[in-house]
Design a protein around this ligand. Structure first.
Ligand code: SF4
Length: 373
């Protein structure tokens, strides 16, 4: 609704204890300095890093190259327990696994592992809750509890990688190839920790997990200053802009941050990201019946995107809405969805419809945590 007070929270509530510091919060050089500060040789930090990022080991008993006398100090100092699995739900014959995690302070977050024939994608949370207040989203209804630390974000991926390595996911041992920041939270509202996590995921082992930045997607509802900052960051991740409406009137209601940064400002920042990084931007558009799925809005979306040129800078990813129980927001009629795709493609915009994996396990971000809470 245009003009309503913006419930935007960019910083977490004050006075809370921080998550324990963990090896994944630090660069390799910082870990080595920290080991020396603890009175231990710096190379122990590297050995521990090989265990965590290289071998995905979490049991100190397996770290037999560390002297038993130092092992407890090293594990206490660098590998504190960050999160406890509360529930894991499976769908798609076990190839989709959603985990509800309890963080050190009781906050609940979710991650989802999705195994496809050619890749494994982890969808991770970056905040406990979210302050963006999108009315159709389960997470948005509870507000922001706090930002997650870099290590809490990374640990979700490491946990997924461990379950793949141990053969717990049908299809045999495998590796995480893609990470999407599309779980709970607005990644750009926790910018420093998210960029730290991206660096840790892409740093070569043993500093990090050694993933390709091209396999990482950072989503945003459109915090324009942070999109500009990411443009200058020099990390070739994919940017996904959750647009959900091509006009300010509707977007002000669906994505309240739009009252601060208009559709034009937001799309221009995304276009500039594509121009500078040469990475095609993904426009995410949750299809909501009778709300944003009209044919004329498909035409308007195509025109808005094409106004920045038709050099292949963008594609549209339509998301069939996974309705929150008790909410008025429901998924579009399949015929309306097909017409939306047809009209965008007629304007030369490559368009895909996201598969709806995990819908039967409350796949939309935040639904499981909302139920548990
Ligand atoms: S849709 Fe994303 S940005 Fe909006 S409230 Fe939900 S988690 Fe936050």
């Amino acid at each position: 609704m245009a003009g309503r007070a913006l419930p935007l929270v960019l910083t977490p509530p004050k006075g809370r204890k921080k998550p324990p510091r963990h090896l994944a919060d630090l660069s390799l050089a910082e870990r080595q300095d920290e080991a020396k500060r603890m009175g231990l040789p710096g190379f122990r930090a590297k050995q521990l890093s090989v265990h965590y990022f290289g071998h995905l080991v979490d049991d100190p008993e397996q770290m037999t190259d560390l002297p038993a006398a130092q092992r407890a100090d090293l594990v206490d100092g660098f590998l504190p327990s960050l999160m406890t699995p509360m529930r894991t739900l499976e769908a798609d014959r076990g190839t989709t696994r959603k985990t509800l995690w309890k963080l050190f302070d009781g906050a609940l977050v979710e991650s989802v592992l999705m195994r496809y024939p050619d890749r494994v994608t982890m969808c991770v949370s970056s905040q406990a809750g979210c302050g963006m207040a999108c009315p159709f989203c389960a997470t948005g209804q509870g507000g922001l509890q706090r930002n997650m630390s870099t290590a809490e974000i990374v640990e979700q991926v490491v946990a997924g990688a461990r379950s793949l390595q141990r053969g717990e996911v049908p299809g045999g041992p495998g590796r995480v190839s893609n990470v999407v920041f599309m779980g709970m939270g607005e990644p750009m509202a926790n910018y420093a920790a998210v960029i730290g996590a991206v660096r840790r995921l892409t740093d070569p082992a043993p500093e990090g997990l050694g993933m390709s930045a091209r396999g990482i997607t950072v989503s945003t509802v459109g915090l324009v200053p942070r999109i500009k900052q990411l443009t200058e960051e020099g990390i070739p991740v994919t940017l996904a802009l959750s647009l959900h409406a091509p006009d300010d009137e509707l977007r002000n209601e669906l994505v309240p941050i739009n009252t601060r940064f208009s559709v034009a400002e937001t799309v221009e920042a995304a276009w500039n990201y594509a121009r500078v990084t040469k990475r095609r931007v993904s426009i995410e558009y949750a299809m909501m019946r009778g709300i944003n799925d009209q044919a004329w809005r498909a035409d308007l979306l195509g025109d808005v995107l094409n106004s920045y040129g038709d050099w292949g800078w963008v594609h549209v990813n339509l998301i069939p809405l996974n309705p929150t129980p008790g909410s008025k927001w429901t998924a579009s009629d399949p015929a309306d969805e097909r017409e939306f795709v047809r009209r965008l493609e007629a304007k030369g915009i490559p368009t895909t419809v996201r598969d709806t994996r995990g819908q039967e396990i409350d796949g939309a971000c935040g639904q499981l945590a909302a139920l548990e809470a």
